[in-house]
Design a protein around this ligand. Structure first.
Ligand SMILES: [Zn+2]
Length: 408
């Protein structure tokens, strides 16, 4: 009996201790919440450390916003890893998860929001914007204004890790300067891992429904939802016809190309080969880009955001067996909207306008410096396999234009 009494007393003591622990936990929760309201003072700190860490504390506004972002994207069909990759980026873009966060860091452009829309007006003036800065509306604006970046992200991160999703989202959507990418990549990745674990990312496998939902809202020039890797091989209905120079200012059959801009041997390139010609924004920036040969625009694709990749590329199939590709003059969604003047299915005659080459220095993020034009008798996406070897797949556009111009 005596022993039992002690047990009872011990039980009461443990109960009191447990009660005190609960009280302390509640107090901690409230105090961290009130600390959080000072989150704006983090502005200027673009690392994910410091006070931004509070998004990992359950109950804070930052936590709720981070979770809402995660749920927004999984609700659109992203996997837990993909959604966590986006959250990981916000831990760097807007560490306090303040919904209407003003520009963070040194940028003078006046960005804002969870995704640092730059400039802020890009968010406020989007047709889908209700100007509320809610998590949902910011996501809706991204889907409306940057669908091809989202599609690219979905494609590249399918089945991947949250860490890799973070890096891909940085490279397809956020697009910070190169030095920023190097500096912040690991913080984005560790933020993604944390979000993945906190919000149960492993349980959400995702679907491609986001791509289906998007049909019809994508911008001009990026409706490539059918097969991402294969150009259609249906026959083009565009006549080949003449060949001519892509810029009106080229006179006397002389485009003035430097050794590195010409087709063929190139000391500096992989495989010592350049698979087309480069025409610089000095002297051609600001001019219309004209079709060098007639045909059907059968694909407008997108690959990469730097000059060492293709960016948006326009594939044209001519009836006389040639294929032409115009690339590297538009990398971002915004640039495509501004500089590409054709859409898939269009037929162009020699000399018809394909797009515009940005004025020198006008496009720096990502930078545009030239247009690359390639010609092949092999379908373009297959010809790309030979981009670095002079095996006869790619032909010299200058030879064709010089030799193939009609005697008008
Ligand atoms: Zn080139």
């Amino acid at each position: 009996m005596g022993k039992k009494k002690y047990w009872v007393l011990g039980g009461i003591g443990a109960g009191i201790i447990a009660f005190l622990i609960v009280i302390m936990a509640i107090l901690t929760l409230f105090s961290s919440k009130s600390c959080k309201s000072g989150g704006d003072s983090d502005a200027g700190d673009t690392s994910s450390g410091g006070a931004g860490g509070s998004w990992t504390q359950q109950g804070t506004d930052a936590y709720k916003n981070a979770e809402a972002v995660f749920k927004y994207w999984t609700g659109k069909g992203m996997s837990g890893a993909q959604a966590a990759g986006i959250v990981g980026n916000i831990t760097v873009e807007d560490p306090g998860f303040v919904l209407d966060q003003a520009e963070i860091g040194a940028g003078a452009e006046g960005g804002g929001g969870l995704y640092q829309f730059t400039p802020k007006s890009k968010y406020l003036t989007d047709p889908k914007s209700d100007k509320s800065w809610s998590v949902q509306n910011q996501g809706d604006v991204i889907l409306n204004s940057a669908m091809s970046a989202v599609k690219q992200f979905m494609k590249e991160t399918k089945g991947g890790t949250p860490e890799d999703a973070a890096t891909v989202w940085m490279n397809t959507y956020e697009l910070p300067a190169a030095s920023e990418r190097v500096r912040t990549n690991s913080a984005r990745r560790s933020g993604a891992r944390k979000a993945y674990e906190m919000f149960g990312g492993a349980n959400i496998s995702g679907s491609d429904s986001i791509l289906g939902d998007a049909t019809g809202t994508a911008d001009s020039g990026s409706n490539t939802q059918n097969d991402e890797n294969q150009c259609s091989t249906s026959s083009g209905d565009g006549a080949g016809g003449d060949w001519s120079w892509p810029f009106a200012s080229i006179k006397n059959n002389n485009p003035g190309l430097s050794a590195e801009q010409q087709f063929g041997y190139s000391a500096s390139r992989t495989g010592n080969f350049h698979d087309g010609i480069d025409l610089g924004d000095i002297p051609y920036g600001g001019q219309e880009i004209k079709a060098i040969h007639g045909g059907k625009v059968y694909k407008i694709g997108h690959k990469g955001y730097t000059q060492s990749d293709l960016g948006y590329y326009i594939c044209v199939k001519s009836d006389d067996g040639y294929y032409e590709v115009y690339q590297e003059f538009a990398f971002s969604e915004a640039q495509a909207a501004k500089y590409i003047k054709v859409k898939e299915g269009d037929t162009v005659k020699t000399g018809d306008v394909i797009g515009t080459l940005p004025k020198h220095g006008s496009e720096n993020s990502p930078a545009v410096t030239h247009i690359h034009i390639g010609v092949s008798k092999t379908e373009i996406t297959k010809a790309e396999d030979s981009a670095f070897s002079n095996n006869g797949t790619w032909l010299d556009p200058v030879d064709l234009i010089k030799g193939g111009q009609s005697k008008k």
